[in-house]
Design a protein around this ligand. Sequence first.
Ligand code: ADP
Ligand code: MG
Length: 252
Amino acid sequence: MAATEKALLESYLKQLYLKSFIQNYEPLAEEAVQSNQSYTRYLLALTEQEVLQREANRRQRRLKEAKIPLVKELSTFDFSAVPQLNRQKVLQLAQGDYIDQVEPVILLGNPGLGKTHIATALAVAATRQMRRVRFFNAAALVSELLAAQQEQRVAQFLNKALGHQLIVIDELGFIPFTASGAQLMFQFCSTLYEQVAVIVTTNLNFADWVQVFGDERLTVALLDRLTHKAHIVEFVGDSYRFRQRLERQEGP
Ligand code: ADP
Ligand code: MG
């Protein structure tokens, strides 16, 4: 093909946003010649590459938009370290039906048992299923809500949250809220109720939530919403990191 034709083709492909075509049309054409492929087969192969590349890009974008602090996978989770954890349940959740049904997931247990790991892995799995996900640390979320309140854009913040299909609130209960913080967290969760699936990780037994939220009526209402139709997954045992440290100290 003449250089001018090549330049023209590439400029057309660029106009049509066919980035992967530009990368692949020459090597695939060579392959087609060598293997005696028909024109339509060549076009199919070229188009397939474009579709696959776009899908991969979209997944990557979803993952980036989720703002997950530390990406973790279910495949790196050692279920044998927490034998009482319902593995079947976790694997089933990773399929994502709870997101379509807008059912909350509560991961409950002492620190160091892998709640954040599982919540993250479920969030990552959801982005791979092309779902719009957002991961928040609970304390950071409250700070963001308080800042939004100061700038009178709470409604905007809530609206943006509603644009997601899954929201993770990690480590609820580690730090007690101020009264206005609790109020805003309540408003946040109420807004998401039956609209957006939520995963909450917490070290708090339900009986202890009042201490963190301060207000009994508010807490009861919040728990009512969060636990309605919820998948409650309990983590029991000794801290994974702590156990690894012990094992290292004891040696082989
Ligand atoms: P939690 O949120 O319950 O406090 P994390 O998920 O933060 O616990 O776990 C602490 C660290 O230990 C993380 O780096 C996590 O990846 C790792 N971890 C915890 N449990 C397991 C496990 N069963 N298999 C593999 N890694 C684990
Ligand atoms: Mg955690």
